[in-house]
Design a protein around this ligand. Sequence first.
Ligand code: AMP
Length: 454
Amino acid sequence: MQTKDFSTLPLSKEMVVNLDKIGYEKMTPIQSEALPHILDGNDIIAQAKTGSGKTAAFGIGILDRLDVKKFRVQSLILCPTRELADQVAKELRMIAKFTHNIKILTLCGGVAFYPQVNSLRHFAHIVVGTPGRILKHLDKESLDLQNLNTLVLDEADRMLDMGFIEEIQKVLSYAPKERQTLLFSATYPDEIVSLSSSIQKDAINIKTTSIESVNKITQRFYKVDDGLKLQTLINIFSNFKPGNGIVFCNTKLECDEVAQKLQEKNIDALALHGDLEQYERNDVLVQFSNKSCRVLVATDVAARGLDIKELSCVVNYDTPHAKETYVHRIGRTGRAGHEGLAFTLYNEYEDMDEYSDGDMIFEDITTLNTVNNFEMKPPYVTLVIEGGKKDKIRKGDLLGALTGDVGLSGSSVGQIDIYERQSYVAIESAFVDEVEKKLSRGKIKGKKFSVWIL
Ligand code: AMP
C-alpha cells in the first residue's frame, strides 16, 4: 500500500534522488501522513508498527534537520531492544547515504561501556540506543544532549511494557525543553497517552488505518489438547511448508523444550529468549537471518524489534496474553507486501473471539496430515571467522578468499555479516566442512584467522 511520491515533500533533491536509488519510490501510508508534520517541526504521536516504514518516516525528518558541520548529538532515538536499535541505525545509514560524514552511533546495554565512551569522544550526530544505557552515559557525562533538536521514542509501548518508564523520564530530564518529540507506538494504552501529554507539545495524532492492510496475513486457528501441540506444530510445517518461521512460547523453559524437540524431529530450530548471553543471542539471530536456521522458538520480549524480511510464518504455540501481543506477533509475517501465514494453537478453555480481526480460519487438526520422514533443514550453515571490522576485513576480502584459495563457487556463499571482531558467512551446507578446513589452513588478507562452524 503506497501513496505519494517523496518529491511532493519539501526535501532536498539529493535526498529524493537517494531515496529513489535505494528503492523508495513512493511513501508508505505512515510516511505520507507523518512526514509533512515532522518536516514542519511538529510533535507527533503515531500508531505504527515495525514493517510500516516508520523508521524512514522519522529518519527522513531527522536528516532533514541535521547540521552535518555541527559535531554534536542532534537526534536521539530510544528503542526497547538492541536489535531494534541496530536496525534503526542500519536504516538511517541507508537513508543518510547521500551525505558524507553523518555519524550515527548505537549505544545499547549488554556490551562493554567504555568503548562506547570512546566512540562518543569522537562525536556523533545521531544516537540510537536503549534507555538504560543512554541514561548511564548521561549520568556519567559521556553523552551530552544540549544540542539535541529531535527526540524519538520508537516502539514506546514496548519500552513501557519492559519497565523503562523511569529511565525514559530521567533521559528526558537531560534533554532541552525546546525540541521536537516524535513518539511511535503500535498500541495506545493509557500509559502512552499520559506519557505523550507529559513529554510532548500539542502532539498531532496519526493513525493510518491502512497500515494493517499492508500485510496480507491468513490467520489459522487450531483447537488442540496440550499433548498434541508438538505434533500439530510439526504438521503445520509439513503441510504448509513455510521457508522459515517464528514459534512463540510464553516461557523461556518452553522455548528451550520446543526447540529441542523440533531438532529431535529433524526440524532445524533454535531458541531465542532472555536467558541467553548477548553473544549467544547474536549467534542465533545471525543464523536465522542468513538462512542457516529455519525456525526460531522465541518469547515475546526476545523477538521484539526483529526485522526479518521474508518471514513466511508465525506460530502461536502458546496463545498470547493480550490481543495487542497477538497483533504484534502475527504482524511480523507478510511484511512489505508479501503474504503471511499465522497459526494459533489454543485449548478448549481459551476464547479466541477476543482476537477477532481480519480473516480468521478455524480448522480442525484432522485437516492437517502427518507426513512421515518430514525434514526442515536449512540451505546454509554459518561459518564464523575470528576477524572483523577491527581487522579491516570487508565482504570482498571474504568472498575473495572463499572463491579464490578455497575454490568455492560464489553461488554457494550466502549472506555475509561483518561485526567488530567477528564475521559470519553463510555457506551452502554441503560444502561447509571442506570450507572450514581450507579456510583454517589459509589466510585472509595475508593473515591467519581462527574459523569454526556455528
Ligand atoms: P520499518 O517499519 O521502519 O521497520 O520498515 C520496514 C521496511 O520497509 C524496511 O526494510 C524499510 O527499508 C522499508 N521501507 C521503508 N520505507 C519504504 C518506502 N517508502 N518504499 C519501500 N520500502 C520502504
